[in-house]
Design a binder for this molecule. Structure first.
Ligand SMILES: [Fe+2]
Ligand SMILES: [Fe+2]
Length: 465
């Protein structure tokens, strides 16, 4: 697998992710919470590194609709989990954010406090700038909408916007972020929002062939890893579609998948966000998310399926796993489906502490996890998701780059959309050919050569999310 280059787009994406994570932490606690301060510390260092790498003394992030833009380039990947930041800036009437290399931890904390929480009446980007400069902070500034088109971004230069699938994906993460904040603040949560959104996700999966599945394999180490729950939802509904035509059952399962890790909002922030290996007692604390999630959903009168999935998604088939129960416990089929999708997503997504696995390697690991999964369901999942899941970018032996659209009857010969010529030239969208690689007419030269590492292409507008 090719090694990803550390481009400035990727680095700025990592910085935005930290910023959103710190913002969520500030929303629930305060910017002086030790874990938020650790994130702020990391942010400060990333800002220094990035400005140094760019040879600039500052970094400007602009907001255009639901997208963050950097140097006239839409940051598709970063924007997916940044709607809370985008919304905060929008609420203040700001068109963007300017961060200078010299910004101190105190200045970044002041910014977080200004962006977090409900908007104070009369507060706008001007009053925030005045507040910041009153605190001696001249290194951070919110931008005037009129400055759009000046140094920040030329709207006409940004050709791309979030497509419908990415919008639905972004909203899913935003709903889970809002829920995390509500739980952290001891408020009641709105389960209807989740259920309604899962219905929208299901409808999208029906009307367009696989765009949400494309996003399910879209690499994203997002703040609080809430994208994980959205991706597990897509994978679970995709598998359920092969087992039943009953829409209510599929949506109920999607709803349960969206909520499976909701108990993590009740686990101390420093453990949820820890990038270091956890001590045994810390691990036990994190494992309580299953029980706490189940309990909380029951208290809220959630669908019993969501309660059982949240409670049982880390239990083994017969005994073992957690939470521990005195009585014999058989996970439901819904729980078994979510369990498979949960582990597959975790193995194939990038995490700060390890690189992602390719699907065939993840399947190998999962097939070796004795007693963990329902073997029949696991085989169905592998068949449905394939060796090259929808969204995977692959190279054909001819040299053409293609994107997997869906599975065929052959595990390693998916249906693809050809994106480039054999020489690597981008094809215009009207020239994108859809090809079933399992068809007898497809020559050997157009079989799969290997995968292209997604980070290199993740922010390419031609991916047309
Ligand atoms: Fe979990
Ligand atoms: Fe999970």
């Amino acid at each position: 697998m090719p090694v990803a280059k550390k481009s400035s787009t990727r680095t700025v994406t990592a910085l935005i992710d930290e910023l959103v994570s710190a913002l969520l932490g500030t929303d629930v606690h305060h910017s002086n919470h030790p874990q938020v301060q650790e994130t702020v510390d990391s942010l400060q260092h990333q800002l220094l590194d990035l400005t140094h790498q760019l040879g600039q003394d500052s970094l400007c992030l602009a907001v255009l609709d639901d997208l963050l833009v950097f140097q006239d380039k839409p940051l598709l990947s970063a924007s997916l989990s940044a709607s809370r930041l985008i919304r905060s800036l929008g609420n203040l009437g700001a068109s963007g954010l300017e961060l200078h290399a010299g910004a101190t931890k105190e200045h970044i904390s002041s910014l977080l406090e200004a962006l977090a929480g409900p908007r104070v009446s009369g507060q706008d980007f001007r009053s925030v700038n005045a507040l910041l400069s009153g605190q001696g902070c001249v290194d951070i500034k919110l931008h005037d909408p009129l400055s759009l088109g000046d140094k920040d971004v030329k709207p006409e230069a940004v050709s791309s916007t979030l497509g419908p699938a990415a919008r639905v994906y972004q909203t899913g993460i935003a709903i889970l972020q809002d829920m995390t904040v509500d739980i952290g603040l001891g408020r009641r949560i709105s389960l209807d929002m989740v259920r309604n959104h899962v219905e929208r996700m299901y409808e999208l999966m029906q009307t367009q062939d696989g765009p949400l599945m494309n996003l399910a394999s879209y690499e994203q180490d997002d703040a609080f890893t809430l994208g994980h729950s959205v991706r597990v939802t897509v994978l679970a509904m995709n598998l359920a579609c092969t087992m039943t035509e009953d829409v209510e059952t599929i949506v109920r399962l999607g709803n349960a998948a969206m909520l499976h890790d909701v108990g993590k909002a009740l686990i101390p922030l420093e453990l949820v966000l820890s990038r270091a290996a956890l001590e045994e007692d810390e691990l036990i604390e994190v494992q309580k998310h299953a029980e706490k999630g189940g309990e909380m959903l029951m208290d809220h009168g959630a669908d019993p399926l969501a309660v059982t999935v949240a409670f049982g998604h880390h239990r083994l088939r017969h005994e073992g796993g957690y939470p521990h129960t005195r009585h014999k416990y058989m996970p439901s089929t819904g729980t078994e489906i979510v369990k498979i999708c949960d582990v597959f997503e975790a193995l194939t997504a990038n995490r700060p502490y390890r690189p992602r696995m390719l699907p065939p390697d993840a399947y190998r690991v999962m097939l070796g996890m004795k007693g963990h999964f329902d073997q029949h369901l696991l085989r169905c999942f592998i068949q449905r998701t394939g060796l090259f899941p929808a969204g995977q970018i692959i190279q054909l032996k001819s040299g053409e780059i293609a994107r997997v659209i869906k599975q065929s009857n052959s595990l390693d010969e998916p249906v693809v959309e050809i994106l480039t010529s054999p020489g690597g030239d981008q094809l215009s969208e009207s020239d994108h050919q859809i090809l079933d690689l399992s068809a007898p007419s497809v020559e050997e030269v157009r079989k799969v050569e290997g995968v292209v590492d997604l980070p290199e292409v993740a922010d390419d507008p031609n991916l047309n999310l």
